[in-house]
Design a protein around this ligand. Structure first.
Ligand code: AKG
Length: 285
């Protein structure tokens, strides 16, 4: 009998993900493709350098503002991986960029993703795509295998200026670094992790930027607890629930109408992310 290698791979992904809460590396972009996506993105950053509000929106919504990123979130290698753990009907809730400039002290504290997103279930997975090499020296992520089984645990806000997270949130119990695994990725590779997995990352000590896009895939059945319809992209299967505001492909490169759409979604998300927080002065959505 001929073995169905795709089915075997899907089953292996599912098993490993259920046990550890993550899988890596997933090969997503060739060397040429990653160069194209990074160049396109850095050109857009240059074009927006005199428009700080637009630049901030762009870093939170690259997939709604650049056709090359809209293509990235739909890459079959990513969608197939997400389908293996979430099933066939998928939306993308965010593709936010995490950038650490060369020799940057910026870090990400130990946290779980789903803590402040106001979503009703945990039917989410993040595919983090490396657009530059992510290794220990450049501040790659660290994961604690199996920690997703703890489900949602309490976090405290630090609002530390060197923390890239919205509220500088961190898990309210000590995490033993010795229990963690460094998730080193070559540019063009991705990791995929459960929304309850403990993860963090250190500073960038190298002379290149460390750039990653955290693509949040959710099942179409999810909803915001507030009942509001956050902006999403529909990337696979059917959306029978209509719980979100499904955006069409970007109107073009850095198009004004798309900025307006992102601005209104950023206001909605800011309200959700900072609900009950002592401050809303974090630099990211
Ligand atoms: O890019 C990083 O170092 C951390 C990313 C992260 O925490 C996230 O995707 O939620």
């Amino acid at each position: 009998m001929i073995k169905d290698h795709t089915a075997i791979k899907t089953e292996q992904t599912r098993e490993k993900y259920a046990k550890d809460g993550f899988v890596f590396p997933i090969e997503v972009l060739s060397a040429d493709e990653v160069r194209f996506v990074r160049t396109d993105f850095e050109k857009a950053e240059d074009e927006l350098s005199d428009y700080p509000e637009k630049l901030a929106l762009f870093k939170s919504y690259p997939d709604r503002l650049l056709p090359s990123f809209d293509e990235l979130i739909r890459k079959p290698e990513l969608v197939k991986a997400a389908e293996a753990v979430l099933g066939p009907d998928l939306l993308v809730w965010s593709a936010v960029l995490f950038i650490k400039e060369p020799k940057s002290p910026k870090i990400v504290s130990w946290h779980q993703d789903l803590t402040y997103w106001g979503l009703d279930e945990a039917e989410e997975t993040t595919c983090w795509v490396a657009l530059s090499n992510a290794n220990v020296a450049s501040g790659c992520m660290k994961f604690v295998p199996g920690s997703h089984k703890e489900r949602q645990i309490e976090h405290v806000d630090t609002f530390d200026k060197n923390n890239l997270l919205t509220r500088g949130q961190e898990i309210a119990v000590d995490v033993d670094e010795n229990d963690s695994v460094a998730i080193e990725l070559r540019e063009g590779q991705a990791s995929m992790r459960h929304g309850h997995l403990f993860h963090a990352s250190g500073p960038n000590t190298t002379s290149d930027r460390r750039i990653g896009s955290a693509i949040r895939y959710i099942k179409t059945s999810m909803r915001q607890n507030s009942g509001e319809k956050a902006l999403v992209a529909h990337v696979a299967g059917e959306d029978r629930y209509k719980n979100f505001n499904v955006s069409k492909a970007p109107n073009g490169r850095l198009h004004e109408d798309d900025f307006a759409l992102c601005k209104s979604d950023a206001e909605l998300k800011r309200k959700i992310l900072y609900e009950d927080a002592a401050s809303s002065s974090g630099s990211r959505y």
